[in-house]
Write a protein that binds this ligand. Structure first.
Ligand code: URA
Length: 254
């Protein structure tokens, strides 16, 4: 029986029909792939294969089309969304609220790297590259994130100092945070540059000091910004951006 592909864990299927493998690599539809196979254009481990029922192992077999080796690694995708308010970071919501999947649609099943609260806006990365996602989310990699925070009231200098040094929350003291006041906002807007990503962390940091967060916008994640993307719009990352992310997460190019 054919194995079910499970990209959520980035596990490649153990065996897959050859035409499906070619389709997964993004080369052609399954039907067109069959034509390529019947035309003798496809080799498996350097031998021409014309039998449509051939199965291959994506991790060990070498599949080539007209001598060019193909791989389903090529179908890993990386997307950045400029998330608007009122969308939740989940695949399915039991209350039928709008989700980020109403905004981002790709052929591949992709997953958000971390979460943004329903009312937080800004940079949200998606991928089916489980290895990279795992590394970016792991606290040990201390990925940098920047937030533009708008408060209901002006922030006191002494509270800025507390945020910088770390505040006590129920899940422990926060790590040192860089804080910049946004000029011309009567000390209501700040930019926080931090390396942690606990649940609702920024909101809870300000709530613990008696402030209400009016707006929260993530303006940078691991060096990525939403520059040039309207709210609710997404785009694929460039190869250079993917390379940068992998480097950031301590992964070598394959
Ligand atoms: N901190 C928060 O409080 N909310 C977010 O969505 C992200 C960071």
């Amino acid at each position: 029986m054919e194995q079910v592909e499970d990209k959520s864990k980035n596990v490649l299927p153990q065996v897959v029909r050859l035409n499906r493998f070619i389709a997964m690599a993004g080369i052609a539809s399954r039907r067109k792939a069959e034509e390529l196979i019947l035309n003798g254009e496809v080799t498996v481990n350097k031998k021409v294969v014309t039998d449509l029922s051939t199965k291959v192992s994506p991790s060990t077999d070498r599949v080539a089309i007209n001598d060019k080796v193909i791989s389903i690694e090529e179908s890993l995708v990386y997307v950045v969304l400029n998330k608007p308010k009122d969308f939740i970071t989940t695949a399915k919501d039991e209350k039928n609220r709008r989700t980020v999947y109403d905004l981002v649609q790709t052929r591949e099943r992709i997953f958000p790297v971390g979460r943004l609260d329903r009312n937080t806006t800004g940079v949200l990365l998606f991928t089916n590259d489980g290895e990279l996602a795992h590394r970016l989310m792991h606290p040990s990699h201390e990925i940098e994130k920047s937030y533009h925070v708008s408060l209901e009231t002006s922030v006191e200098q002494q509270d800025i100092e507390k945020i910088k040094k770390g505040v006590h929350l129920e899940d422990g003291k926060t790590s040192p945070t860089r804080v910049q006041l946004v000029p011309g906002t009567k000390s209501r807007d700040l930019v926080l540059i931090m390396h942690e990503g606990r649940n609702r962390q920024v909101r809870r940091m300000f709530e613990s000091l008696g402030y209400e967060v009016k707006r929260l916008d993530r303006i940078q994640y691991a060096g990525l910004t939403a520059e040039g993307l309207g709210r609710g719009r997404w785009r694929y990352l460039s190869n250079a951006e993917v390379r940068m992310l992998k480097k950031y997460a301590g992964l070598k190019e394959k």
